[in-house]
Design a protein around this ligand. Structure first.
Ligand code: FE2
Length: 252
């Protein structure tokens, strides 16, 4: 079955099951999230468990912006732990087995009481990190977007530097742990939003909503070894390794 038709099939069968487990309509996902991540990244494997996706570059590929040790720990320890704890939660609610990570996250309110919080936290952690790895790329790739995404950014923030300043302000303003995002609404209009902990803008329970185009992890584990408490410095450095080609693809 082709990827799109498989996803439509999954959406239809989930809608058919909606009455039994309280899942909501898929309209939002149909409008926004189809092209955010590949089927391989959002679907569980054949046995219904999620797995750590391959890192698309080596641990030292993003230096000096992100050091190799941080990348290795972030990917092999933190992301792996989100995957393991997500799988442990799903094992307690077998009716959720086989659902994509996006099906789970866009319907947090419909999840069984006993697994709602672990799936929100660890499922969010799994999706957010899978997204983060693909929105980063080694240096010397494009340093700014072009085309439709560039036009939309200029119309919103006038200059690329102004956009970066706004992201930095929003990212440094996150109290504790969270994420800063550039998201698009249905009409392609861009905005900068933040989410706490491992929430993201796909989640039905999130007040900030939209299609993630760029997402930056501002948890201390993302930068502490190199930048210590200087989150602003990390947010200055990260622009050299943002994968604008990917962001443009996602924006459409
Ligand atoms: Fe992280």
């Amino acid at each position: 079955m082709k990827k799109n038709s498989r996803r439509e099939f999954i959406a239809k069968t989930t809608l058919a099951a909606a009455g039994t487990i309280g899942f909501l309509s898929f309209d939002w996902q149909k409008d926004f999230s189809k092209q955010i991540m590949s089927e391989e990244l959002i679907m569980p494997s054949g046995d219904g468990t999620f797995t750590l996706p391959p890192l698309p570059y080596s641990y030292n590929a993003l230096e000096p912006a992100i050091d190799a040790q941080t990348m290795e720990i972030h990917y092999t320890k933190h992301h792996q732990a989100y995957v393991d704890k997500l799988n442990a939660a799903i094992a307690k609610a077998p009716e959720l087995k086989g659902k994509s990570i996006e099906e789970l996250l866009t319907n947090i309110q419909g999840l069984p009481d006993g697994v709602r919080t672990p799936i929100r936290n660890h499922g969010g952690g799994h999706w957010n990190h899978s997204f983060f790895w693909q929105i980063l790329a080694p240096k010397n790739s494009m340093d700014q977007p072009t085309g439709k995404l560039k036009e939309a950014m200029i119309s919103q923030w006038q200059t690329f530097d102004n956009f970066k300043d706004q992201m930095k302000q929003a990212g440094t303003g996150v109290f504790g742990s969270g994420w800063v995002w550039m998201v698009a609404d249905k009409d392609g209009k861009l905005s900068i939003v933040t989410t706490p902990n491992q929430d993201n803008t796909l989640m039905d329970i999130s007040t900030a909503k939209g299609k993630p185009i760029v997402g930056i992890d501002v948890w201390e584990h993302a930068y502490y070894l190199k930048h210590q408490n200087k989150r602003a410095e990390y947010l200055d450095d990260i622009w050299s390794v943002i994968n604008w080609k990917k962001a443009m693809e996602i924006y459409g």
